[in-house]
Design a protein around this ligand. Structure first.
Ligand code: NAP
Length: 442
């Protein structure tokens, strides 16, 4: 089982003990006591207090600034503190690869049976190649580590796949994490790829590295205790993605139907390279949103006829034969919401849509605009498409049999009462939620 480790980064011993108690209550399995965060840290006085007050197994780390930590002093003082922690019966000690040999000499190779030595390497810039990562694992093993820890940084979500590859082949327990929002997958999928532990924070103010989810998110949203080697990976690939409520919704659904899968927010840069990199059958389906809905058409091997007509895809399924099939379900959601809004309860069941014969102005001609324009036309509405790039409005209007309009002309466009206006541009979405493609007065 992959353990959930809660990093403790409080400035005082009292706060740290309080956070350790909170970590146990939140469902963490162990805590990482970051000694380098404690102001005026005095090992002989503070370590017994910390370890006695901690209700969970503890990992003690005293990270120097040259490895991304807060400690600015010499190694001997640091090693002494770690040695004291070992003598006091701590469960794990973390020491950096760069000084691991020196530390082993310092303790003369003697560490208590109970204490596991984690030897760690952090790369805050990028994620090296598989070969370099494998060499790093070998170097860490060679210094006598019980557990290998490698943390790198994702510049692109595809970087995480290299960490997964190395983790599944590692012969000793390994913690393999990729920092930054684009590396979130490495943290949630640690149980799938055999990670020894993953970090879960108490709250956003108590983070020790970029991209760490909260313990609550790991347990309540991603159901991490249920993730294992056979768990299928699903997710929303978009940019930005962290505003999305889809993981909350889909993971609850997956849980309620008992399907062994997890749904992740996937911050991507390039849909094609994402799908190519995560091409195993376990990565079995994706939602896709801004800005990938139109690109997704090129990426899929087969298309549902509706998706083909719309020219945008929001759902991709990887069939068992590996082929990617694209669907568009956006228009159903958007159109039925509009029907509900204008037609009142029960309108969806009526033989004739309340949209039939109505004039709808769709602002935007991207993935969402195409879906709404197509759906409205299907329901018998008269469709006008307005878009910043006029040529795209013309092309969409021609494709569905509607009228095109320049965005600027929208202000004076008043052919009749009761028109429906649908904003399908990216203006108004998180984080600029007050943005609008046309003056609010309209
Ligand atoms: N709830 C849902 O089911 C759902 C589904 C899909 C999308 N959405 C939302 O719909 C929005 C659009 O998504 P999409 O997938 O259609 O994106 P997209 O394919 O990238 O299209 C973006 C559209 O917004 C327009 N636009 C961007 N910046 C603009 C600006 N400054 N002024 C005027 N127009 C601007 C673009 O015009 P140009 O052509 O001139 O670039 C284009 O028409 C997003 O907020 C997305 O989250 C919701």
């Amino acid at each position: 089982m992959t353990l959930i480790c809660v990093p403790l980064v409080a400035r005082t011993v009292e706060e740290m003990v309080a956070d350790a108690v909170a970590a146990a209550a939140a469902g963490g399995d162990l805590v990482e006591i970051r000694l380098d965060f404690i102001e005026g840290f005095r090992p002989r006085e503070h370590l017994p207090l910390l370890l006695r007050g901690c209700p969970l197994p503890a990992l003690v780390t005293y990270r120097p600034n040259w490895e991304g930590g807060q400690y600015e002093g010499d190694d001997t003082t640091r090693f002494e503190a770690l040695h004291i922690a070992m003598e006091l019966g701590v469960d794990y000690v973390d020491v950096e690869l760069k000084v691991a040999d020196k530390f082993m000499n310092f303790i003369s190779g003697n560490k208590p049976e109970k204490c596991k030595l984690i030897v760690s390497s952090h790369n805050y810039e990028y994620t090296p190649s598989c070969e370099e990562l494998a060499n790093l694992v070998a170097s860490i093993q060679a210094v006598g580590a019980d557990i290998v820890k490698i943390a790198t940084t994702a510049k692109d979500i595809v970087d995480v796949s290299r960490m997964f590859q190395v983790m599944v082949h590692c012969q000793v327990p390994m913690i393999g994490l990729v920092m930054s929002e684009k590396g979130l997958m490495s943290r949630v999928l640690a149980p799938k790829f055999g990670g020894y532990l993953t970090f879960g924070i108490l709250n956003a103010a108590k983070t020790s590295a970029s991209g760490q989810p909260t313990v609550e998110e790991l347990l309540e949203i991603y159901n991490i205790r249920r993730i294992g080697p056979d768990t299928k990976v699903l997710g929303l690939i978009a940019n930005p993605v962290k505003q999305s409520k889809s993981p909350i919704l889909h993971n609850k659904c997956l849980q309620s139907v008992g399907y062994n899968a997890v749904y992740l927010p996937l911050l991507g840069d390039n849909l094609a390279s994402f799908l190519e990199t995560y091409s195993s059958p376990d990565f079995s389906g994706f939602s896709c949103s801004l800005p990938f809905k139109v690109d997704a058409v090129q990426c899929c091997d087969e298309h549902d006829p509706v998706a083909k007509s719309i020219g945008a895809i929001n759902t991709i399924i990887r069939r068992p034969d590996g082929k990617l099939v694209g669907y568009n379900t956006d228009y159903i959601g958007a159109i039925s919401a509009i029907e509900d809004g204008i037609g009142g309860p029960g309108s969806k069941d009526a033989a004739i849509s309340p949209l039939a014969g109505r004039l709808i102005v769709v602002v935007g001609a991207g993935g969402a605009g195409k879906a709404i324009a197509y759906g409205a036309k299907e329901k018998g509405a008269r469709v006008v498409v307005a878009n910043r790039t006029y040529e795209k409005a013309v092309s969409l209007a021609n494709a569905i049999g509607g009228q095109a309009l320049r965005l600027a002309d929208l202000e004076t466009f008043r052919p009749e009462e009761g028109m429906i206006l649908a904003n399908a541009t990216s203006l108004g979405m998180y984080p600029n939620i007050d943005g609008t493609p046309i003056p609010k007065i309209i």
